[in-house]
Unconditional design. Structure first.
Length: 302
């Protein structure tokens, strides 16, 4: 079993700590799958600046293969944030740099490489939507993080993504249960094999078009023991997906209610452990003494 992160990488700049950390939704899922014992790789575009070199070194140090990545002229993506009462708060973004401006190309070689994985994961921050049909047709299971922003929940956007995905994740901590169920049902109706919602302390919910399975969160006690919540959603997804893969998940053999219930517990355990990690997976270094100030933008990480 192997997991491939396909899309974004980013520098998470914690201005309150004065520290730059490696991250990005697709990078994070690959790193977390590797930590859970699976082989993992990342396929994406790195900037040729100093931050890009830092990102490449940090991801490789986690045991994630980078053999098919590209390095292109341009700046790396940088998001700025700070921790308030244990929660990460995004304050700015540079638009993702060359990673988002020139997303990875699926030529014949890259497509064959991606097809060798059990699961390929991407996200709304990767600009890979038009790659999904070819990717899904090549054979691997495909997961996709739909984040929590309204622009990625329109019927038009969901119609682009859901028919080519086996699992979509939606962050729904700001929604009540009825709204969450409606959103998941809509994603499955549009073609997603499974739709998973994380709801913070309210737990998680998954729907396959027939069955609804819910599970409680695993809260940290006391709450002040949380280092920060960066990457918790990505960790939940990785724990959930790895659990399904180990149970034999394929398109021909979708998971039943018991397998889904166990996967929700495994996702909650992974998210719990992530609460004690600095940023996405540690590896921070002091941010530059002179730095650019980025304006508000849609947040770039899960």
């Amino acid at each position: 079993m192997k997991v491939l992160g396909f899309g974004d990488n980013v520098i998470d700049r914690f201005t309150d700590r004065g520290t730059d950390y490696p991250g990005g939704n697709c990078v994070n899922v690959a790193v977390y799958a590797r930590r859970l014992g699976l082989d993992a790789a990342y396929l994406g575009v790195f900037g040729d600046d100093d931050l890009g070199a830092f990102l490449r070194t940090a991801v490789a140090a986690q045991g994630v293969a980078l053999d098919h990545c590209a390095v292109r002229p341009g700046e790396s993506g940088v998001s700025t944030l700070e921790v308030r009462d244990g929660e990460r708060v995004f304050t700015g973004w540079n638009g993702g740099g060359v990673t988002v401006r020139e997303p990875p190309v699926l030529d014949a070689g890259s497509l064959a490489y991606a097809a060798s994985f059990s699961l390929v994961h991407s996200s709304v921050y990767s600009r890979t939507e038009d790659r999904l049909p070819r990717l899904a047709a090549a054979g691997p299971l495909v997961s996709f993080d739909l984040s929590d922003e309204d622009e990625y929940r329109t019927p038009g956007y969901l119609d682009r993504v859901c028919p080519h995905t086996d699992l979509v994740l939606l962050s729904c901590s700001h929604l009540d249960e009825a709204a969450t169920r409606a959103l998941l049902a809509g994603a499955v109706r549009r073609g997603a094999g499974l739709a998973l919602a994380t709801r913070g302390l309210a737990g998680a919910l998954v729907h396959d078009g027939r069955t609804w399975v819910a599970a409680p969160a695993r809260p940290v006690s006391p709450p002040e023991a949380v280092t920060d919540t960066m990457g918790c959603g990505d960790a939940f997804l990785a724990g959930f997906a790895v659990s399904l893969l180990r149970a034999g998940w394929t398109r021909a053999d979708p998971p039943g209610p018991g397998t889904l219930r166990r996967a929700l517990r495994d996702g909650a355990d992974a998210a719990y452990e992530q609460c004690f990690v600095e940023a996405a997976f540690g590896g921070g270094r002091p941010m530059p003494a002179v730095r650019t100030t980025y304006g508000p933008a849609a947040r770039p990480a899960g």
